[in-house]
Design a protein around this ligand. Structure first.
Ligand code: PLP
Length: 482
């Protein structure tokens, strides 16, 4: 007798709850605007509402859904609120969510071409499309020497670039015998912390990451870079890697990639370009100035999971020479051997990054690109930039506030002229009110407020509201006699 006992969810329940969850998500996106943007819970509050032990008997799905509202929602910070201006966007969209769902439904693990050819070939096609869509160098295309691959994050992309650079400079020996000699990497003082993290993980040592100074727009000074490289060489060190910013996290600074690329060429260093948020802007021809000099780069990454309506996680990482990457990461245990891989006719993306297993992330990116089309994406990116520039104009016209730097795209760095205390007060007051949220940075030794515009549903009325809230908080501070 077959044992047909099962605890699995029957198909009819899956459909019923599935429709319910889609309805719930659609409603959430409609009501999220009314919710306090930053979660108001205290540390440990959510944990303590959850039972001490896992259930012995499964719960009904209805019960589980109830707990989403009761326990989980209070601890959600609403990145999808149109009133979100903090850090950077992590925007999503209907087509992206559906692509993600389909990916989970197919349950594909795409470590090898053979473990789902569509997973690999759709990814190759979509990242090739993006080369054209952003007008990136054609060497990044798969029919050329390079290629692109989807990574979980810009942090992972940077780590892969650094490891490939380490291998290239050591003749692919440091993977075998360990790293000898002192390799040195470079980034500006404004580089994202993921660069230092990668340097640590790759065994280079954070003392061997040399920080290069910046100009008054926070862009790297190429002369200072070259002087540092020459000095390091004189001391017997081996410069091998530099990461340049296209849109630094703090202030959206744009490093001079062409000049940096020339230095890299002279000194045989790997140039990685980190365009995590800002790369998406190049969908629009008028913003492609940000990529000037990119043809010098050995690798480049940007995050559709930040500003391209594709839910986290989805970073696209390109290399000019895929052999360097594959030689760095490729290993072939017996249990992964298969005819397709051995034919040399396919990409096995497991050889392009750190982990073996991989999700079918290309689906959501494909859905997004096909749904919006290039025109639809351009429209929304232009609109975000227009709104940020409008806000910057209000700051310019205000007597009380000033821009800390000219905003090139969708991130405005500004401050009240009255000093750190009032700026801190304004940020804390607006954020505590729950109607909008933004965060800060430190530039020129000032506390500087950052308005990052990029949430899917942010419109002009939302930006007007946050400006009113900022002005109100500023008046409150003054009338409180602070
Ligand atoms: N690089 C830059 C310029 C960023 O702004 C960020 C995001 O904070 C990162 C890298 C890290 O992104 P991810 O979370 O994809 O690793």
């Amino acid at each position: 007798m077959p044992n047909d006992k099962s605890f699995h969810m029957p198909s009819k329940d899956f459909k019923r709850y599935g429709y319910q969850i889609i309805d719930w998500i659609a409603d959430y996106h409609e009501r999220v605007e009314q919710m306090p943007v930053f979660s108001q819970v205290s540390p440990g509050e959510i944990y303590s509402k959850l039972p001490d032990h896992a259930p012995q008997q499964g719960d009904s799905f209805q019960e589980i859904l109830k707990d989403i509202e009761k326990i989980i929602m209070p601890g959600i910070t609403h990145w999808q609120s149109p009133n979100w201006y903090a850090f950077f966007p992590a925007n999503t969209s209907g087509p992206s969510i559906l692509g993600e769902l389909l990916s989970a439904g197919l349950g594909v693990q795409g470590m090898l071409w053979a473990t789902s050819p569509s997973c690999t070939e759709l990814e190759t096609r979509v990242v090739d499309w993006l080369v054209e869509m952003l007008d990136l160098p054609s060497t990044f295309k798969s029919d050329n020497t390079g290629g692109g691959v989807i990574q979980d994050s810009a942090s992972s992309a940077t780590l892969c670039a650094l490891l490939a650079a380490r291998e290239r400079i050591t003749g692919y020996s440091s993977n075998q015998t360990g790293c000898t000699g002192r390799l040195v990497a470079y980034a500006s003082t404004q580089a994202h912390s993921s660069i230092e993290k990668a340097v640590k993980i790759a065994g280079i040592g954070s003392e061997n990451l040399h920080s290069i100074g910046v100009d008054d727009q926070f862009a790297m000074l190429p002369d200072q870079l070259e002087q540092q490289v020459l000095k390091d060489k004189q001391h017997g060190l081996t410069p091998f890697f530099i990461s340049a910013n296209i849109g630094s996290t703090s202030s959206n600074a744009l490093d001079p990639v062409a000049e940096i690329g020339e230095i890299c060429r002279k000194h045989k260093m790997w140039l990685h370009v980190d365009a995590a948020m800002s790369g998406t802007a190049a969908l629009c021809p008028e913003f492609r100035f940000i990529h000037r000099g990119l043809e010098c780069a050995d690798s480049y990454c940007f995050n559709p999971h930040k500003w391209m309506f594709t839910n986290f996680d989805c970073d696209v990482f390109y290399v000019k020479n895929r052999d360097a990457l594959i030689r760095t990461f490729s290993l072939l245990p017996e249990y992964l051997r298969n005819k397709a891989s051995e034919s040399g006719e396919v990409f096995d993306y497991r050889d392009w990054h750190i982990q073996l297993g991989r999700r079918f992330r290309a689906l959501k990116l494909w859905f997004v690109i096909r749904h919006y089309g290039i025109r639809g994406l351009q429209y929304h990116i232009r609109e975000h930039v227009r709104l940020a520039q409008l806000f910057a104009d209000w700051i310019r016209r205000s007597d009380d506030f000033t821009l800390e730097v000219e905003p090139p795209l969708n991130l405005v760095c500004f401050r009240h002229r009255g000093g750190d205390e009032i700026n801190q007060y304004i940020m804390d007051t607006v954020n505590a009110g729950g109607k909008a949220c933004f965060t800060h940075t430190r530039l020129n030794d000032h506390l500087v407020l950052r308005l990052s515009v990029g949430q899917t549903h942010t419109r002009e009325n939302h930006v007007e509201t946050v400006w009113q809230l900022i002005q109100q908080a500023s008046r409150q501070y003054t009338s409180n006699g602070k």
